[in-house]
Write a protein that binds this ligand. Structure first.
Ligand SMILES: [Zn+2]
Length: 126
């Protein structure tokens, strides 16, 4: 697993923060399937099920990238969560690319990390 993009200033990292920002929500459930380096698929490739599921209230909006060479990567879904909540919508399904990069040695050219996730966010209103 690569190191994580440091974005703690913009993230609700504590339980209280989620409730402060999204007081109308009980929770937001994120489901995703990652594609790319460091990802091992044990499930049927044609499966319509997402491989991972997590509570954004408990775990925040940042998903780690599995690419072991990825630097400052991850999938930050706070913007998507925020737009859903503002628009009083319930669900979104989309694809998101990792925001990290690969760099073998310092000074070498950076290559964008090519990992991505198919995700679905479901808001649970109070
Ligand atoms: Zn990455």
């Amino acid at each position: 697993m690569g190191d994580l993009f440091d974005n703690t200033e913009n993230l609700f990292v504590k339980l209280a923060k989620f409730e402060e920002v999204y007081h109308q929500l009980k929770d937001a459930i994120i489901e995703w399937t990652e594609k790319g380096q460091g990802v091992y698929h044990w499930t049927d490739a044609d499966s319509k099920q997402y491989e991972h599921k997590a509570s954004m209230k408990q775990n925040g909006a940042l998903i780690r990238c599995s690419n072991p060479r990825c630097r400052q990567g991850g999938f930050n879904l706070e913007q998507e969560l925020s737009s859903l909540a503002v628009g009083k919508q319930k669900k979104i399904k989309n694809f998101k690319k990792c925001m990290g990069f690969e760099q073998a040695t310092p000074g070498q050219n950076r290559i964008n990390c090519l990992n991505g996730i198919d995700y679905k966010i479901t808001l649970v209103y109070k």
